[in-house]
Design a protein around this ligand. Structure first.
Ligand code: XMP
Length: 317
């Protein structure tokens, strides 16, 4: 019988067998899969797992600090790398969605490889690959790959001569969550919505700047906290805020304003392949809109995205 407890015991034994007294390096993202995979590997080999968590400048508000703290509490041996400046510099003047994805993917690999080079005697690369990822990368002509190039560390193992350690390779997402709970990982982390590798960069339409990231982080934090406070977070598959590249006229006191618009997005879905826009209560949307316009200088208009996938996609880029 498959139980999370049996899976943990069997997997930890198998990992000890595979890795022996050697070392593993792994990139962590703050997501469910990489966290559960790292916790399993850590259980098997302790601090011979070297985790790297990169601040690419397009994470959610305070996410880098919070996730790093959670990793420390889990006892993981993690290094946080602040690479914000590098990412902002290269993203400058690049408004195209696929170009932004490529830049972020490339820089991520560069930063990770730099960190790996500072360690000696690494034999393995840990990854949080789950079964749907395995299937998706086999069907290389599938729409998810050709429409949007998803950011991962593909190509790294060959370049670095590392073997892969992928303890979640045969699990589905719900099983990964069960294993995570069995390992004592907090629901805050386990029940997180999916978040794309290119992060807020693909939720800032057009050119990404540090200033725009700050604006979007504030609006997004208000929205996500409100979803949590109102018991709505768990009812949607994914939610986020998009900064539109248009300014519009508004009024604040006696002053005319000319500021940015944000779009709120929330969808229900099973696997992200198709999705419906979430029918969030009007009162809730009204409160979020007020809170954003009253508290985030630079945003004077909020709209709600009522498009389903298909024909729209979940992300706007
Ligand atoms: P779309 O926008 O294609 O998104 O409907 C489907 C799911 O994939 C996520 N997504 C990405 N994830 N790198 C990622 O790691 C990407 O470039 C990327 N683009 C979209 C999106 O957040 C949603 O969960």
């Amino acid at each position: 019988d498959w139980t999370p407890a049996h899976f943990v015991t069997d997997t930890v034994n198998a990992l000890r067998e595979q890795i022996g007294d050697r070392k593993v390096i792994m990139a962590l993202s703050g997501g469910v899969d990489s966290t559960v995979a790292a916790t399993l590997i850590h259980k098997a080999i302790g601090d011979r797992l070297y985790g790297i968590f990169v601040d690419n400048g397009v994470l959610r508000k305070d996410e880098f600090e919070q996730v790093l703290e959670t990793y420390k509490q889990l006892g993981l041996n993690i290094k946080g790398v602040d690479a914000k400046a590098l990412f902002y510099k290269e993203l400058k003047d690049n408004p195209d969605p696929e170009t932004k994805r490529k830049i972020i993917g490339r820089l991520f690999i560069e930063v990770f490889q730099d960190e790996a080079n500072q360690l000696t005697g690494i034999d393995f690369l840990g990854q949080g690959t789950i079964y749907p990822d395995v299937i998706e990368s086999v069907s290389v002509h599938g729409p998810s790959v050709t429409i949007k190039s998803h950011h991962n560390v593909g190509g790294l193992p060959e370049k670095m001569h590392l073997s892969l350690v992928e303890p979640l390779r045969f699990l589905f997402k719900d099983e990964v969550r069960k294993v995570g709970r069995e390992l004592g990982i907090s629901s805050e982390l386990i029940d997180r919505h999916p978040f794309p590798g290119p992060g807020l960069a693909i939720r800032i339409l057009g050119e990404v700047t540090e200033e725009k990231v700050k604006l979007l982080q504030e609006a997004d934090a208000i929205y996500i906290n409100a979803l949590k406070e109102n018991g709505l977070y768990a009812t949607v598959w994914q939610a986020g805020t998009i900064l539109l590249p248009v300014k519009s006229v508004g009024v604040m006191g006696d002053e005319r304003t000319y500021e940015y618009t944000v779009a709120l997005r929330a969808v229900t879905s099973v696997d992200g392949m198709t999705a419906d826009w979430a029918h969030l209560p009007y009162d809730f949307l009204a409160n979020v809109s007020n809170e954003i316009c009253n508290n985030v200088r630079g945003i004077n208009r909020v709209v709600y995205d009522i498009s389903s996938k298909p024909p729209a996609t979940i992300e706007w880029e």
